[in-house]
Design a protein around this ligand. Sequence first.
Ligand SMILES: [Zn+2]
Length: 603
Amino acid sequence: MSQTTTGLPSRDQVQSEYKWHVEDIYANEDLWQTDFAKVKDSLPQILQYKETLAQSAGKLLSCLKLRDDINITAGKLFAYARLHRDEDTANAKYQSLVGKTEGLLAEASAATSFIEPEILAIPDEILAAFRRDQSLAEYSFYFDNLTRLKQHVLSPAEEEILSRSVEATQASETTFNMLAHADMKFPEIAGEDGKIIALSEGRYRSLIMSTDRRVRKDAFTGLFGTYNAFRNTFAATLSGNVKKNMFYARTRKYNSTLESALSDGNIPVSVYENLVATINKNLAPLHRYVALKKKALNLDSIHMYDLYTPLAKEVKFNIAYSDGLKLVRDGLAPLGPEYSEILNKGLTSGWIDVYENKGKQTGAYCWGVYGVHPFVLLNYNNRLEDVSTLAHEMGHAIHSYYSQATQPYATSQYTIFTAEVASTTNEILLNDFLLKTTTDKQKKLYLINQYLEMVRTTVYRQTMFAEFEKSIYDKAESGETLTADLLDEMWHDLNAKYYGPEIVVDTEIDIEWARIPHFYWNFYVYQYVTGYAAATTLAENMLNESDGAQQRYIGFLKSGGSDYPINILKKAGVDMSTPQPIELTLNKFSNMLDELEKLLFSS
Ligand SMILES: [Zn+2]
């Protein structure tokens, strides 16, 4: 079944074996309506617990249990509406169910909002006495995590002022988004076929990979020239955002903005510092990659605009869905028989919505529905990356499956820090399998190029972002002003350091900091690197069949949100506070450079 060229089928033309079974949540809409009414009726009920939670362990327990029931059922209601809507986003009936559920979720969140402040107000010794009651055991980590940050919670009056300030302090980020994504106009350039096209952020991403050097250079100059014309405004929005985060961190009595940003997941600042320091000690492989690229592309000098162009010819993989399934099953075999069995169950019992149809939500995602099963949306189109996406989303799905089957609701949700570990491990295993089984030289080169670019852009580039981000906060926190000149200089120096002696750091790149939306996400990007390094280590352990690696990995998938992410990973065999996972990742990168060199230069 291929739907690449001609018109897309309508939803009802798609064969049922390629559709997910939303009816596993509710067999019909009447059952949905019944549950909707049930949640609505529970809201006045939960409000009756207000100002009673300090009375007894029993009261506290029944309130938390009722909240769990509300959340579980509301989660099913929302999933049913959203999954159906995503099958055809133009379907008015499900649009209205989504709207209705969003209203209910907001009501539920308002009705339960008294619970956490009230628990925090229970005197320590009384809460400790309650917690000795075994019936509260499943909430043990929840209490630890909630009370851990007690010292950063202010008085009710101060909290109210802070919550009212949020809208006003968003202005820098809003201005950045408006300028970069609505108002700025990029110049026109001649594309590969000579036709004039208007440059945009979206088009830049493919133009910078062009094998025609003139095209990628024009795109590069056009894009950064435009950002540069607004350099002082961008410096003001970035600096305004830094000041906003500093304000909240200081008001909440943190030692630094970094410490405050990492406190959500209880990630030690040393994990962040270790990452930046370890990458700094291991820049040599990236320098070697740049030199190899220069040689392979036969360039006199290699410029910033040459970095994204591939070393291998584009190879068309045409992989039917049934073959994609086989690749994923074979590629994930190192995860062991138990994992394979669940994977098989997921692939064959209505978890996945496979093909594109008219109006279907684009992209891919996984949605775990507690008490039912995970759902995976794909838009499978026979490309290699579609197979990778399937492996990735099944990683999320099986992580959800294990966590929800093992954990009570209170600890079933995993954090962002561990979420992408489960999906990336699968992608890495699949890629490894493809590399081992591909004999065609062009295909092999293509796969190696994909891998190297992945590590360059995920591990090295995102750490460079993380280093920049830490430096600008260090400067701002010690009273320096973040001017456009200062930011340009810092960005230039980082590029020179990361890409090494062969690269010509064109001055146009100096303004690149201005276009990175992640710098408005408050110390977010380092998790791409820690996640990738953790996944590489876990995959490597299983490929080398090191003792108990599979069982430890399954243990990780089962742990959901029952502990802090760093502890969960440690138990799985990866210690993110040490250099080892990052070093292992870069060793693998170096080995791949050896392979590339062999394929390209030895006959
Ligand atoms: Zn993902």
